[in-house]
Design a protein around this ligand. Structure first.
Ligand code: GCU
Length: 423
């Protein structure tokens, strides 16, 4: 009888805990009142009214908070040790493109990683502007092209893609072509460079693989609580790709658009905030700790993300679980760090987990930083209708459908890049 009562009680506790866990804010009327931290007021209370003050005082202050409390500092410099041009084929992709495959090699303290960059460039073009974005399952997944090398890094299992025991197989070739309209990009006059994000840091809660161990001091087994989680590591990797582009005359390194989806959309924002060589940033469905305002607590919250993906952030971040209003920043400040460079945020109507309205409002609240530069930022404050993109120095759209990257999204990214790169 006693055991029976205990088991009923336990079932009750567990189901109500999981019901709570499954509950998240999906309706606008459930969003709590909140007050955003002031973008244009320094820590010491100074009003920031000029570019000079923004760049000298406020921008460094905000950058420091994001480094120390959210994504983590990169502990030291780790330059590329060796670049190998694995191949360069002027007649790839059915004669449409030049394909290059590059290997960046990093080594320190007896540990090393290899990072593979796949690059498609419009045939015969030199000095081309380029989109740079990470992929989730390996470079070979983004195009139907048998000559793309297979990564040997750890890859997240996905049996429907033929990825089991964290190893890719031939079966996964081309499984993500839907997200990468290579032809469309080439025809518009852009190159495309992509890297498998797990070459930099495998996406699971462990710090003994990927790039992190290369920068441990003696005896260290994980980064300190203010040091880099995976998002900072991935952002670091994008900057090393940029180091390579600066040496490749086929590429116009002054016109590189860093692009990413979801966790990699969060990464693209952080990379652009850290590295001002990225001339433009595109963040697709970045959601919580990407573009969405945390204080709205809509969709994914800090508790959820810090519990499920602790390795994305620095150790200090977890203290904000359930404490959104205590955060010294909110995500509009991350977007503002990208000013004055063009920034595009894309949401999807059914992607409530990522809080489309929160992504939009973040762009609205980042706009005052662009205004300091006499740039319009986002020139609307009311959310546009589905399928009605807005192009300013900040661009935004919400499309119909789910969390994904579609041809429609890419068409807007290309228009946005044309608008800023070809004017
Ligand atoms: C999860 C996570 C999101 C993230 C997404 C993705 O849904 O909760 O924060 O953006 O994965 O990267 O696909």
């Amino acid at each position: 009888m006693k055991i029976y009562a205990i088991s009923i009680l336990l079932t009750f506790i567990l189901t109500s805990a999981s019901a709570q866990w499954n509950h998240y804010i999906k309706n606008e009327e459930d969003v709590p009142d909140y007050e955003l931290p002031k973008l244009l007021k320094s820590n010491s209370g100074k009003k920031i009214k000029t570019v000079k003050r923004w760049e000298k005082i406020r921008r460094p202050e905000l950058l420091k908070i994001f480094k120390q409390e959210i994504y983590g500092e990169i502990p030291e410099e780790l330059p590329i040790k060796d670049i190998t041009i694995i191949e360069s084929n002027g007649n790839a992709f059915k004669g449409l493109a030049k394909r290059k495959q590059i290997d960046l090699y990093f080594e320190n303290e007896g540990k090393s990683i290899h990072v593979g960059i796949l690059i498609y460039l419009p045939k015969n073009a030199t000095n081309v502007p380029l989109f740079l974005g990470y992929n989730f399952y390996g470079n070979h997944t983004i195009a139907d092209d048998v000559d793309i090398r297979l990564t040997e890094s750890w890859v997240m299992d996905n049996p429907s893609f033929g990825i089991i025991h964290n190893q890719i197989t031939e079966q996964s070739r081309g499984v993500r072509t839907n997200r990468w309209p290579v032809k469309k990009i080439l025809k518009a006059g852009y190159g495309l460079a992509t890297i498998y994000y797990g070459d930099i840091d495998p996406d699971w809660n462990s710090f003994d693989n990927g790039v992190h161990p290369l920068l441990y001091s003696k005896g260290e087994v994980r980064p300190r609580s203010n040091e880099w989680g995976a998002i900072s590591a991935w952002a670091w990797g994008l900057s090393r790709a940029m180091d390579y582009f600066e040496q490749d005359t086929d590429i116009n390194a002054r016109k590189v658009a860093v692009m990413g989806h979801s966790r990699l959309g969060k990464t693209a924002l952080w990379a652009a905030a850290l590295d001002q060589r990225f001339a433009l940033c595109i963040s697709n469905n970045p959601g919580c700790m990407g573009a969405a305002l945390s204080r709205r607590k809509f969709g994914e919250t800090i508790s959820r993300i810090a519990y499920k993906f602790p390795h994305w952030f620095c150790g200090n971040f977890k203290k904000y679980a359930g404490m959104e209003d205590e955060l010294p920043i909110d995500q509009h400040m991350l977007l503002a760090l990208i000013a004055p460079r063009p920034l595009y945020i894309a949401s999807a109507k059914e992607d409530l987990w990522a809080d489309p309205r929160g992504e939009f409002l973040s762009a609205v609240h980042a706009t005052p930083a662009y205004k300091l530069y006499d740039l319009p930022g986002l020139h609307i404050t009311k959310m546009p209708e589905v399928g009605k993109p807005v192009m300013g120095t900040i661009g935004y759209h919400i499309r119909k459908g789910k969390h994904d990257v579609t041809d429609y999204d890419w068409e807007q990214f290309i228009k946005f890049a044309n608008f800023h790169f070809k004017e």
